[in-house]
Write a protein that binds this ligand. Sequence first.
Ligand code: HEM
Length: 385
Amino acid sequence: MSNAPVYEIDLPAFRADPYPDLKRMRAQAPIAHVPQLGATLITRRNDIFTHEKNIAVFSSDQPAGLMTVLMGQNLMRKDGAAHMAERRAIFPTVSPKTVRDVWKAQFQSAMAAILDRVAPQRHADLVADIARPASGEALRALTGLTNMTWAEMDRVSQGMIDGCANYTGDPAVTARCHDCTASIDAHITARLPELAATPDLSLLSVMMQAGLPEPAIRANVKLAISGGQNEPRDAIAGAAWALLTHPDQLALVQGGTATWSRVFEEYARWISPIGMSPRRVARRYETGGITFQPEDRVFLMFGSGNRDETVFARPDAFDITQDCGPAISFGAGPHFCAGAWAARCLIAEVALPMLFDRLPGLRLAGDAPFEGWAFRGPLRVPVAW
Ligand code: HEM
């Protein structure tokens, strides 16, 4: 175990709102061991930015980690050349050009259909009725699992996320996770011959075309589903809520003096959809008087780095006029989010502008409770128009 100062948290309170504890950690113990999480947390932006690149020490290869055990070893759990080879293989799916030329039109038509369906109701839950299907439809296209409904996509994504966070080993959660990975495997098996006959730019197809071994293909599709559903969902509903609770900021966008892109980037800084990424310490390492030991579990706390008061002018405010360039919402090293271009397009170019355009007079119609520290987003956002 590292000799970092110990910082105790109350886990339910941390889940409800991690930001007060993270602020204290940044000030008092920026690298701290948190017994309740069984991990050493790195909380300052510049420390995360530096250490994440040191893959010889802070390794992504975590054979005993729940993600690898439950979903197979995906590219996010590999280092160096093995990681880069698979990143290269999936690039044709997630490149800015493919996003612009192929996926954007599909995101737009899916979002239009969702809004056509809800518009006559004049009220909705932004999370369940709009952001969740928008995210699920985008992932059906990106992954190539067009034989899966968006609702099943959402279910299997959540089931895997719960499985990967099941540190207490609840057997019901593990069983549900197995059921979700089995569903994905069945959908992949059904699509393999179709995509062999008619290749396209989906994730499944480009990995087949690159000749990746089938276990790696299956593990990476599961990674995209576990990592590509809830973040766009939380960012679409969360950023819309942020604008509705900050009418001055909404006026800047609607008046044309700020862009939707700024809204998304600032929201993802302020309330990071992915608050942390885990690493395994591969060898003994000393930094700033702290010694890490092999096999220590380290959490890179992106959500905390994004509130670092030494880096951002107004860290705790949602302010689309401030410089959020140094934000690390998509990571800060070789594992920088592979879906970043797709996510930016879906959220900032399609979902948010269409939402405010197609539902005139959009307003909040109730409380929007938020939850989570590893993944954070609103549980519901009731709206009317
Ligand atoms: C708001 C939306 C999103 C956010 C904030 C986000 C954030 C992140 C973060 C923080 C990481 C880990 C980076 C690191 O450890 O350095 C990551 C990795 C990843 N994300 Fe995303 N993500 C989003 C959407 C997506 C989408 C839509 C997809 C799927 C198409 C996706 C696919 C991936 C993949 C494959 C990785 C692993 C990359 C690697 O290990 O090389 N993400 N993402």
